[in-house]
Design a protein around this ligand. Structure first.
Ligand code: 2HA
Ligand code: ZN
Length: 272
């Protein structure tokens, strides 16, 4: 069967286009990786046939034999829909975790995203929390990025600002958001730092750069980012005006408890 008809490919392609149109993935900005099962892939691609092999600069052995659909290095989200085989690749982690095999895609000879360490290390952590985990997504969401220039880069403070900026937030990401200082991107160092945040959160902000989101589906990872981004837009719009109202900690607690959200208790003040 034609892989262009595969539900997983169509959904990922659509997601890239949506993110591009939201202005979050200019030029080659951003990347997505989605874990797939052998039974999902088998009707379209021979999973035993490796076209090329790429050596990794980190140990991916906890993901041995796992399959991922990944965006390519240097590729533009704008162009994914027009030419999936050029801009995306289906990869399989080798048994020893030291390399990946390309099974389909990256037709110009390139390889996966430069942020593969952050993706794979995040997958490893999130899978240890939840067997159903599937997607890691990175983009340069505009208002979240802007906020990292004007807001303290502290998990608790950043989370509180986002939670207060829109009623839904504490229900959508009750565990909060992690915030990293500026670190050189495309490195294993930022990959390790991102994965450490992913132990506690499904959202990790990279100061002066963008955001990583993780979820059990493309919808979940995307929904997390768009909810945080919307709240960041409200934060930025209310930054230099005299605010008359807010959502109090008591109201945040009421929200979380009403919607049975397992929220970070220490991110709200004790004073009721
Ligand atoms: O090149 O966004 O972080 C894609 C990126 C790197
Ligand atoms: Zn980036």
């Amino acid at each position: 069967m034609n892989i262009n008809e595969a539900p997983f490919l169509k959904e990922l392609v659509q997601t890239c286009s949506n993110m591009y149109r939201l202005g979050w993935n200019e030029r080659n900005g951003g990347n997505i990786s989605m874990r797939l099962t052998v039974s999902e892939v088998e009707p379209y691609v021979d999973v035993t046939k490796t076209l090329r092999r790429i050596v990794l600069n980190f140990d991916a052995s906890p993901l041995a034999n796992s399959l991922f659909l990944v965006t390519g290095t240097g590729k533009y989200f704008k162009n994914v829909e027009r030419n999936p085989v050029h801009n995306l690749g289906l990869i399989r982690v080798a048994e020893d975790g030291a390399s990946i095999g390309i099974l389909w895609g990256f037709s110009d000879g390139d390889g996966p995203t430069s942020e593969l360490s952050a993706h794979f290390r995040s997958h490893i952590v999130r899978l240890s929390r939840d067997k159903e985990h599937r997607v890691v997504m990175h983009c340069h969401a505009t208002n979240l990025l802007a906020m990292t220039y004007v807001h303290p880069l502290d998990d608790r403070a950043f989370t509180r600002s986002l939670w207060r900026a829109s009623t839904e937030c504490i229900v959508v990401f009750p565990e909060g958001v992690g915030v990293l200082p500026w670190i050189l991107c495309g490195t294993d160092e930022i990959g390790r730092a991102t994965a450490r945040k992913m132990e506690d959160y499904r959202l990790c902000i990279w100061a002066q750069h963008g955001i990583f989101g993780a979820g059990n589906s493309l919808d979940e990872a995307f929904g997390l980012i768009e909810t945080a981004e919307k709240a960041a837009e409200v934060c930025m719009k209310t930054l230099n005006v005299a605010c008359l109202n807010t959502i109090s900690d008591e109201q945040l607690r009421l929200l979380a408890e009403s919607f049975k959200a397992d929220y970070r208790k220490d991110f709200l003040s004790d004073a009721l």
